[in-house]
Design a protein around this ligand. Structure first.
Ligand code: DC
Length: 211
């Protein structure tokens, strides 16, 4: 029997990878995991306990005791959750605690997983790896529109600055930094809407799987 299909979708925030990964999973009848939620829920637990998300003991304890229900919380998006997630994600104990969960999820029935290190660390053997990017200006514009749709939002300049700080932290950290796997296919969505990105990804997947 062939191994269950794993599709890794990595890239920076607001590049369009979540929307794309969710649609790919539906199209291919695969389970979907937004791995950013694991880091967001871990960061939230640290904040709830009055801890410091940048402190390895606090963050690792929160990751080790994470419950599935934590992923369903309604407060995992927004600037405070973004910041806490990015801090806990730089801690090796946190990443080790969350690795098993991600692997078991994918190995059961195959999956589409989106994150930062799916193709480099979690599933380096995945047959399909997409690295989804967009220009920093376009990503800030998208995130700002997303926040504004939910209520009072920070300015575009503030969103851009916060995103640049988070990009720098995600890319510069020692453990599992954000970078494309050597065999990842780059998909730049700066000039693509969601439908065009989806079609482009399907073409890439078909061509990789027919090899
Ligand atoms: O994709 P997101 O914005 O929900 O991710 C939240 C944070 O978690 C972000 O700062 C990067 C981090 N993250 C990570 O380090 N590795 C992953 N596989 C997914 C997210």
């Amino acid at each position: 029997m062939s191994a269950p299909l794993i599709i890794a979708v990595d890239g920076p925030a607001a590049a369009g990878k979540g929307t794309l990964a969710r649609r790919l999973a539906a199209q291919l009848s695969l389970p979907y995991l937004d791995t950013g939620l694991l880091y967001r829920a871990t960061g939230r637990r640290v904040l709830d306990a009055g801890g410091d998300p940048a402190k390895p003991e606090d963050a690792t304890r929160a990751a080790e005791t994470l419950q599935p229900a934590d992923l369903d919380r309604g407060d995992l998006r927004g600037p405070a959750a973004d910041d806490a997630a990015s801090k806990v994600a730089a801690i090796s104990g946190v990443r080790a605690a969350l690795l098993d969960f991600q692997r078991r999820f994918g190995q059961a029935r195959g999956a589409v997983l989106d994150g930062r290190d799916i193709g480099t660390v979690v599933f380096p053997e995945a047959p399909v790896k997409l690295f989804v990017t967009a220009s920093p200006e376009e990503r800030a514009r998208r995130r700002h529109a997303e926040l504004a749709a939910r209520g009072p939002a920070p300015s575009l300049a503030e969103v851009a600055a916060e995103m640049a700080a988070r990009d720098a932290r995600d890319s510069a950290r020692d453990v599992a930094p954000l970078r494309p796997a050597p065999d990842a296919v780059l998909l730049d969505t700066s000039d693509l809407d969601a439908d065009a990105a989806f079609s482009a990804a399907l073409r890439i997947i078909e061509s990789l799987r027919s090899r």
